[in-house]
Write a protein that binds this ligand. Structure first.
Ligand code: FAD
Length: 434
């Protein structure tokens, strides 16, 4: 087969991680990259830093590692929590491009205007008129990616991002619950101040675009936390950018010659604080899925199912994490904003209780040697996609052996002491009697 032309649309963390993963598999990759139209500051956890390192995005990692004190004012309680790292999205996005270039990915600066696709390939037209052709397309334009249909949508939400320049100082971030929404705020060491309020679209009664800065200034003035943290800087004029922050799960996340990754596949509520993490998660699995779609046509359905199920599971997990954080706010529980979000997407707990008797051995798709292949995994109500192995030790033979009546001692004979401890602890965590 001739070398397929792979084109990625969008050079955010998902597009970049996917491109570098494909380069590692030996594919030539082009990426169309348009700059974000607004400034933003985002908060990330250690998990994101690990994800960036794992994805080979070392320049981006450097830009994401600004440690900051973190305050949380929620349900009437004020807490100083663990550190969060801050990133300046403009610098972060630039660093992603440096990573791409260093990895040998061809970065095409431009804005995608239109895409025509069929089973033979894709024709992509940039705003300047340039036309690109591809055999395989990765949609990674984030929330701006056109959506044919959505499978699941959270309560419609809008976030108003305010940015202004204050005095230099120690970086911090904070989150605060409000009667009709919540606000996240941060200051970078160079004095750039950032405040973002998230509201329900149907109940927020927002003024027109021209009056948004005045509206936001008033809302900042009403917050004791804002004046405590920013001091007199809080009243500086700010630029305001409105963006949707509704949680959206895309309907179909793949075809035989295309794939959606990152926010284009599933965009989570920013309250979960996991947007970059989830965008990296879906992008890191994508190269093996694409490799299978291109090289192993007999496993195409398996690869597509693998991608879709993981995206849906990730989406629901973060939706439920967000719901539980909303549910911690009891003082305002009667307000429409909170009522809607405390019950969405459902009332299922994030983790289902373990019950050893419900473990089953089933065939599921897994990633093996950069391809999606079927393998025997252990499925439980809490892990419906199954667990294949623990640090290289397959679990299916162990569970099948126990179910067939072998003793644990018999099944663990020949394993190293550390493997025995690991497997016993895993079984106990599944509800196996000690
Ligand atoms: P993006 O980062 O959006 O990247 C898409 C890229 O495609 C961009 O570079 C864009 O310019 C480009 N693009 C778009 N259209 C075109 C086009 N037509 N042609 C060419 N290129 C195009 N996550 C966190 O982890 N922490 C936070 O604190 C946080 N705060 C958030 C606050 C708000 C209000 C919102 C809405 C999201 C927040 N997120 C946060 C989520 C995070 O920004 C995203 O999940 C993450 O950036 C998604 O990565 P991505 O690569 O999928 O998409």
């Amino acid at each position: 087969m001739p070398e397929p032309r792979i084109l990625i649309l969008g050079a955010g963390p998902a597009g970049a991680a996917c491109a570098i993963g494909l380069r590692r598999l030996g594919y030539g990759v082009e990426i169309v990259a348009d700059w974000r139209r607004f400034d933003a500051v985002e908060g990330v956890s250690q998990r994101v830093l690990e994800g960036l390192r794992h994805a080979g995005l070392s320049n981006a990692l450097e830009q994401a590692a600004i440690p900051a004190r973190r305050r949380v004012r929620w349900n009437g309680v004020d807490q100083q929590l663990n550190e969060e790292c801050l990133l300046d999205r403009r610098l972060f996005d630039r660093a992603l491009r440096d990573d791409l270039k260093q990895a040998g990915v061809e970065v095409i600066e431009g804005r995608v205007g239109g895409v025509d696709s069929d089973a033979q390939g894709h024709r992509v037209v940039l705003d300047g008129g340039q036309v690109l052709h591809a055999d395989f397309l990765v949609e990674a334009r984030g929330r701006q990616a056109p959506l044919a249909s959505d499978r699941l949508r959270g309560p419609e939400s809008v976030s108003l991002l305010n940015l202004w320049q204050g005095a230099e100082g120690e970086p911090f971030s904070a989150v605060e619950s409000l009667e009709d929404g919540w606000a996240w705020m941060a200051r970078l060491a160079d004095g750039r101040c950032y405040w973002q309020i998230s509201l329900d679209v149907s109940t927020s009664n927002l003024p027109g675009k021209a009056r948004l800065p005045e509206y936001c200034a008033q809302r900042r003035r009403e917050s004791a936390l804002v004046s405590e943290l920013f001091g007199a800087d809080a009243w500086q004029a700010a630029t305001v950018h409105a963006r949707s922050s509704t949680a959206i799960l895309a309907g179909e996340c793949s075809g035989d010659n295309w794939l959606r990754v990152g926010d284009a596949a599933m965009a989570v509520d920013p309250l979960s604080g996991n947007g970059i993490f989830q965008s990296l998660s879906s992008a890191l699995q994508a190269p093996a899925v694409i490799n299978t779609l291109l090289r192993r046509p007999e496993h195409r359905a398996l690869a597509r199912g693998f991608h879709q199920q993981r995206i849906e599971q990730l989406f629901l997990r973060f939706a439920r994490i967000g719901r539980d954080f909303y549910a911690q706010e009891q003082d305002k529980a009667g307000q429409p904003f909170w009522q809607r979000r405390q019950a969405w997407p459902d009332l299922q707990p994030i983790h289902l209780p373990s019950d050893y008797r419900q473990l089953q051995v089933q065939q599921r798709p897994v990633v093996r040697d950069a391809f999606i292949e079927p393998a025997e995994v252990v499925v439980s109500p809490d892990q419906p996609l199954g667990i294949w192995h623990l640090q290289g030790v397959p679990l299916a033979p162990l569970v099948r052996g126990l179910q067939a009546g072998s003793t644990l001692d018999q099944l663990l004979a020949g394993r190293s002491a550390s493997e025995q401890i690991m497997l016993r602890s895993w079984l106990v965590a599944q509800g196996y009697p000690r």
